[in-house]
Ligand binder design. Sequence first.
Ligand SMILES: *Cc1c(COP(=O)(O)O)cnc(C)c1O
Length: 388
Amino acid sequence: MKQTYQVNKDGFYGEYGGAFIPEMLYPNIKELQESYETIIESQEFQKELKQLLQDYVGRPTPLYFAKRLSAHYGAAIYLKREDLCHTGAHKINNALGQILLAKKLNKTRIIAETGAGQHGVATATACALMGLKCFVYMGAKDIKRQAPNVARMKMLGAEIIPVNSGSKTLKDATNEAIRDWINNATDTHYIIGSVVGPHPYPDMVARLQSVISEEIKKQLNQNPTHIIACIGGGSNAIGAFYHYLNEENVQLIGVEAAGKGVDTQATAATLALGNQGVLHACMTTLLQTADGQVIEPYSISAGLDYPGIGPQHAHLHKIQRVNYDNVTDKEALEAAHFLSKTEGIIPALESAHALAYLNKMEIKPSDRIVINLSGRGDKDLETLTKNM
Ligand SMILES: *Cc1c(COP(=O)(O)O)cnc(C)c1O
């Protein structure tokens, strides 16, 4: 892999990344930094993970040729069906990998943060499977608006810890999870849900999600012309791009949530509007005020409602290997309804952002476009039907 696209030995992608951590977290991070590559690459780990991904998650997920969608847009369009993963999204790929890692490190207690609840559900699932105690930090506001996923986590035996600080959403839940980790350094592993946070998380999560593009490579005998994925922190996108980063003839497109529009205050389009700074212990691009306070993001889709982005994306944006664009709430809603009626697949609102990009791009008949359908829309039914 071309070195400029991947993390260096100090944990940086160009000027982004690193581990800007309080001293008390140093032992935990150091332990992870020194062990993650060896553990993940080991035959024993790979064998165990592959078996789980196959028999428990249902991988490989299909690469579905969407015939009616293709006819509509006049090109070959394929959907990578991460929505068919157990628990309904790609997040389980990462949660299972990290739970196996936690076991190898002899950790007995698992913590996680969650916004929409998808990562919380994936982590609670992995913990139930392995018989480990699970604590999920969740903003009080998110607990109210994501009731179905809160119920799922409880059903799976996880303990949900409401966070009442700040805006009572994802970034505050992340702060509290980090605080917990500092206080419980020896027995606890923190499962971060995207390619964000201190090194080695962005690289570790990217490797665990790279199974998505590994499968696409086997499923499509010719390179696609485009791969399109939505971006919250950026884990499903990196997973879909990973094994194509060196194939310069494949156009990679990351779609951020514009919310009500990039010309309004209600947006989560980090790369379009943000600038460089440190968020959750890593140097990246984020939405911030002139004096460095995090600006509250907004998107109709809770999974994309994050004020930062993974450092690898910040870097791939800077060196222009990946194109980043954004799509509004309205455009995403329309795309979700269109896919439902055209292909009989109800997508997550997050994934609908990637679909909506089809209306913004120039399409040629010879194009072979892969869209990463990161999750299913059951959790969004209320929002979707309110906006018919
Ligand atoms: C969490 C989530 C996302 C956003 O997270 P990434 O790390 O950017 O992938 C996208 N789609 C679905 C279905 C999700 O649950």
